[in-house]
Each structure stands twice: as structure tokens, then as C-alpha cells.
Design a protein around this ligand. Sequence first.
Ligand code: NAP
Length: 501
Amino acid sequence: MAALNLHKSNDAILAQLKDSRLFKQLAYVNGKWIAGNADIAVTNPADNDVLGYITSLEKSQVDHAIEAAEAAFKHWRALSADNRAAGLMLWHDKIKENREDLARLMVLEQGKTLDEARGEIDYGASFIRWFAEEARRAYGETIPSHIPNAHLATIREPIGVAALITPWNFPSAMITRKAAAALAIGCTVIVKPAEETPFSALALAELAERAGIPAGVFNVVTGDAPMISATLSCSEKVKALSFTGSTRVGKLLLRQSADTVKKCSMELGGNAPFIVLPDMDIHEAAKAAVDAKFQTSGQDCLAANRIFVPREKFDAFTDAFATEMQKLKVGNGLDPVTDIGPLINEQAVTKARKIVDDALNKGAKLVAGKPQSVSDGNFFHPVLLTNITPDMAVYREENFCPVAGLIPYDTLPEVIAAANDTEYGLAAYVYGHDVRQIWTLMRGLEFGMVSINSVKMTGHPIPFGGMKQSGLGREGSRHGFDEYSEIKYYCLGGLNITGGI
Ligand code: NAP
């Protein structure tokens, strides 16, 4: 078995990297790079060229990863918080040192722009630093006793082996946002990255190894998603499952995890409303809405899916939005002028086309955007639609593509009801100045995160997560440990509390 099957490396990917050892095509289990029984090609969404191959592990190898993580847990949890924090900080530093290589690798497999990829590397690394610091402050609490002569308290204990299953739209940060919390509190992890974007995950494993994270603590398994996910979610030895991805697969994993009563946290889909208030400057709001809609080519759980505008300002806003949208340049993510990279694959392009066709067939108006042609490949030019109705996919589904729908409204209660008219509840945007209106929206919107007058809302100190079918639990912030730890209460009775007093 080769330590690294470089013979299959694509020169195009290696030419982009200063450190070619970051490009791994094997799985990382118990501190070793291992091969499975078959290879799976990974393509560049910009041109569909094969970038390289990942290995498809057999079930027995996934079982072995679980056993290794369970064995490593005994030692890792026993380290002092300072020791675990030191290991995590080294990992963080190595990620920052290799930022440019990691960003280029991400552009090649995911398609986003180089600036977006650099931003994701920084964002992902920030969770490692945050949780390395938080590890030292994972306090319990003492409880005033209701039992005579007793001392009551809680401590926080790591839950055990955690399975982390992640999507392709944020191939690095969705791993570190989970792994940093899990590792800092003392858990060991098995990561299952998306098949489209495994190289970012494997590069993180290479850097974890260089940072001296012990064997078995951070593992990356690749291959058949249903088999690997079922093995992880059905295992008694895996105590927590953290998933980021579609609501459909999240529900499947919840069902699979029920028999072992696993602690599950779910970061699922979104259908974010963007609400412009009547007192808002139209041009400022349109610029922000374009930013909120088209980041990561619209393939973002936080993307503004439904943009609500006061009826009296609708035409002016539509013009301003179209003008801003038409400034966006579609192209290869490595080209510095690109704002919108390719969609992840052909299926994503087909879905985007269907969303536009469905809307047009049901009466929507195409205000701006050119029709997709065969020569565009996975590049999808932004589209602006009006005359949107709730029966259209563009309104109801998470569209995950650069298609924007604008909807007029008349009153605040009406827009709150419309914004909440979705099974999702991840994020919402509000743009305006009137404090009473903002407060009414902030309390009325059924979303886990409400961002007022700011497109940027996420980061390591905030509790990221959704309500309704957008998920369970929170990532980042001081709440991030909750998904990977148990609160143990103890009662120490029979004491002579008054002592010699
Ligand atoms: P996905 O299709 O649900 O896939 C996510 C992960 O689940 C991948 O690792 C995938 O593996 C695996 N998977 C797919 N089918 C499976 C099955 N039948 N059984 C077990 N595992 C399976 O989601 P995606 O298309 O990668 O990502 C887009 C979704 O993620 C969107 O809905 C987006 O909103 C959501 N998301 C949410 C957040 C958040 O924080 N709330 C952040 C980012 C993305 P393979 O790739 O190997 O098939």
C-alpha cells in the first residue's frame, strides 16, 4: 500500500501549491494514510477536469477508525486543558502559515473565488483559536445546596467519539467549526467530508499531524456516503453526531442515530428572508442584498433567498438591485476579477435552470440575467426575477444558486408572516432605521440568527444555528461545547458544613 498515491496526482493542482504534501488522496485513520478498495475521481467545477482521486474505504476500515478514535479518547481527554489547547494552537498556526495553499486547493475543488476561499481559511482557523482558549474556561458550577450538609456542583465532561459529516460549500470551515469544539473539550473525531471537496479536509489532517495531534484523535474517512454515515450513526461507540448539510440527509441521520440515542447536532438548510424597511436608503439596501444573495455563488445556507421590499419602493429597488447584480463577474475562482465562481456540478446547474423555468412558467418576470447556454458549463450567470408567488420553488425551496427573487409587501405583520412562511429558520436580514420596526421584526422572525444592517453576521464568538427544520444545536461561541459534552452533577453529602465554626 503506497503511503501517498502521487502517481495519480494531477499536475494542475500541484502547480498551484507551494507545499505539494498538502495534496492527499488517501484517508487518514489512527495517524496513518490508508487506501480503501477503490478510487473516486474529484473534479474541478470550473472545467470538469479530474483533479485527483480519493480512496473509498470499506466498512471494516470505518469500524477501525471508530475503534482508534475510542482508544485515543482515553488519553486525549486525560490531557490537561492547557495541553490540548497547545496542540490546537499549533494546528491553527500551521493552517494560517499554509493559508494560500489551502485557499487555492479549495478554489480548485469547490469553485469559489480565491478571496472567498482565503476568507474561509481565516474563518475556519478562528474557531480553532477560540476553542483552544475556551478549553481553559470550560467551567462547571457550584449549586447552593437544598440538602443539609451537602456540597452540590457540576462538571463538564467530554462525550466521547464524535462523528462530523460536512458539506461541499464550506469544505474547511464546516470541519474546523465542529472539530475545534470537540477536540478542545476532550473528544476525538471522525470527519466524513463531502465527496466533491475532500482535499481541503485531507489537508487539514496533514496539518493536524504536523501539529502533533496524536494518532486517532483527528481522523478523516472518505468513500461511500450512505455506508460511512450509517456506520458512524449506528455505532454504539460514537457518542455524538454533528452534521452540516441538507435537511433531507439530516433527517435520515437523525433516524439512523435514534437506536443509539446519540447526541445529534444539525446545521441544515436555510431560506433566508431579506427585509427592507420603508425608511431604508434603496441603493444601500440593494448593494447589501446583492452581497447577501450572491456570496459563494448563491450556494450558501445564509444566502438571501427571498427579498422583501416596500411596495412604494419596489420599482426603484428593482432597478438598483439589477444595476448592482450586473456588475458581478462570473468566471474561474482563480481569476482575481471573478465575483461568482462556477456552481459545484452539472446537477446544481440543472437545479438552477429548473428553479428559473418553474418561476417563469408560473408567471414570474425575468428582469435581468441571460439564459444559460451549453457552453457555460457549470458557470451560471445571475438572474433577477419579480412577480414571485409562494407556490414557486424560488420562494419555497433553498435555491442554492445565483437566482434572486424580489417580493413587494405593504405592512409589517404581512412581511413577518411571509418571511416565516417556510419550514426553515436559519438566518434573516433586516435593513432599516426605525427602532420599533426593527425590534418588532427581531422578535417576530422565527430564525436562529437575525442580522440588522449587516451582511456579515457569523464568526467564532456567535452561536451559529437555526430554528425549525434548519437544525438543532449551536456552533461557535461559549455554547459550542454543549454539543460535545455532558454536564455531570454531583452531590457530596454527609459533610459537616459548619466545621469548627
Ligand atoms: P448534503 O447532500 O446533505 O451532503 C452533506 C453530507 O452528507 C456530505 O458529506 C454527503 O456526502 C453526505 N450525504 C449525502 N447523502 C447522504 C446519504 N444518503 N446518507 C448519508 N450521508 C449522505 O448537503 P450538501 O449538498 O453537501 O450541502 C448543501 C446543504 O448544506 C445545503 O442545504 C446548505 O444549506 C447546508 N449547509 C448548512 C449550513 C449551516 O450551518 N446550517 C452550512 C453549510 C451548508 P457525499 O458528498 O459524499 O455524498
